[in-house]
Each structure stands twice: as C-alpha cells, then as structure tokens.
Design a protein around this ligand. Structure first.
Ligand code: ATP
Ligand code: MG
Length: 194
C-alpha cells in the first residue's frame, strides 16, 4: 500500500492543492492520498485560522468525487500544536508513506520539528508550485532525498482565496463548486464571519 500524506492548513482547499495531489498520485502510482488539515499550525501562529471543522468539511466536499482521495482528522483531534512527525507516527499502518509537499514547503522542511525523523519515516515528494522557484541542483543542496513532480502549475493560494472572499470577488473555478457554496453558506472569510 503506497499512501500519500498531504498536510496543510487548507484554509480553504483550492484547485492548486487538488491538482498537485492528483498529479503526484498519478505519477507515483499511489493507492491513495490522505489530506490532513492541521489542527493548530505552529508556523502560522500569528493568524486566526478558520475552525478545523470548517476546513475539514470543505476538504470532504472537495475530495468526495475522487475515490483515491481521503481526509483525515488526526491532527484536528490531537491537542496542542500540530507536528507532522506525530501524524506520520499515527498513520504508520497506512503502508509506505509518501509525504507530499509543495515547493515552498519543501524549502522549509528542515525547520520542521524532528525533520530527520520525518524524512526517515516518509519518502518526500515535492510538487512544483508557481511563484516558488527551485534552484538548479537543489537535490545536492537539501540534506534529504526527495522526488520532484512537475505539476501543470495552478497559481492559486488560500491567502488569495480568503482575500477575494473578503472583497466579495468570485471564487468559482479557483475552488470546487461545493467549496464555493460552503464558504457562502457559512459566511467564511468575511468581516465578522466564522
Ligand atoms: P496559505 O496562502 O494560507 O499559506 P496555501 O495555498 O499555501 O495557503 P497551504 O494549506 O499552506 O496552502 O498548503 C498546503 C500544502 O499545499 C503545502 O505543501 C503547499 O506547498 C501546497 N500547495 C498549496 N498551494 C499549491 C499550489 N497552487 N500548487 C502546488 N502546491 C501547493
Ligand atoms: Mg501556504
């Protein structure tokens, strides 16, 4: 069993996440990709994160039509700050673990708690991301092995989605329709919203 683990804040999940996960699943022949929304992301402590249950519900709606995609609430149910190393330990039975990271996350991976154990427990799969240039010869610069997957390149970020929602601009075709509906129904990312 080859399992992709795709962690993030997913506030909200967007088509960049879904296209990246799908590309990695296809290229590596993974049996599934598990999306893992972070509970309390320690690297984003300065910003109010949308309630985990909302982020989880949006992920569930966004991935429902893809039999290869799953969503896990392990990080939401774990008290305290979220560390990937704990998640990998918890998902150990899921077989051969492939940790999926976008290019920006790849470059920051050695700042993660117990990163040496992280790269020991999982194979790192990095996926290209528009806006993050990867230097030539990166494989020789990073102190751990990784596989680089070139994706079609979807230049969307959750930050941009939140800003657009707050400004009343459309999110259609940037996030799945079900996520557009969810954001509207729950008035997320608006002044005084959830
Ligand atoms: P924010 O703007 O709030 O940081 P984000 O769009 O970067 O949101 P995250 O939840 O921070 O999304 O990212 C989760 C994972 O998805 C990270 O590994 C990140 O690199 C990756 N990722 C996010 N957007 C893309 C994209 N458009 N293409 C490829 N990878 C992406
Ligand atoms: Mg990010």
């Amino acid at each position: 069993m080859k399992t992709g683990i795709f962690g993030g804040t997913f506030d909200p999940v967007h088509l960049g996440h879904l296209a990246a996960a799908n590309e990695v699943r296809f290229r590596l022949g993974l049996d599934k990709v598990v999306f893992v929304p972070a509970g309390q992301p320690w690297q984003k402590a300065g910003r109010a994160i949308t309630a985990g249950e909302h982020r989880l519900a949006m992920l569930a709606a966004a991935t429902a039509s893809n039999p290869f995609f799953e969503v896990s609430r392990v990080e939401l149910d774990r008290p305290g700050p979220t560390y990937t190393i704990d998640t990998l330990a918890e998902l150990e039975e899921a077989g051969e673990l492939h940790l999926i990271v976008g290019a920006d996350a790849l470059l920051g991976l050695t700042t993660w708690r117990q990163w040496q154990d992280v790269v020991r427990r999982a194979r790192v799969v990095a996926v290209t991301r528009p806006g993050t240039a990867l230097p030539e010869g990166l494989a020789g610069l990073l102190p751990f092995p990784f596989t680089l997957v070139g994706s079609a390149g979807v230049a969307i970020s959750s930050t941009e989605c939140r800003e657009r929602a707050a400004a009343g601009l459309p999110l259609s075709y940037l996030v799945p329709d079900a996520v557009v509906t969810y954001i509207e129904q729950h008035r997320l990312y608006q002044e005084g919203g959830a």
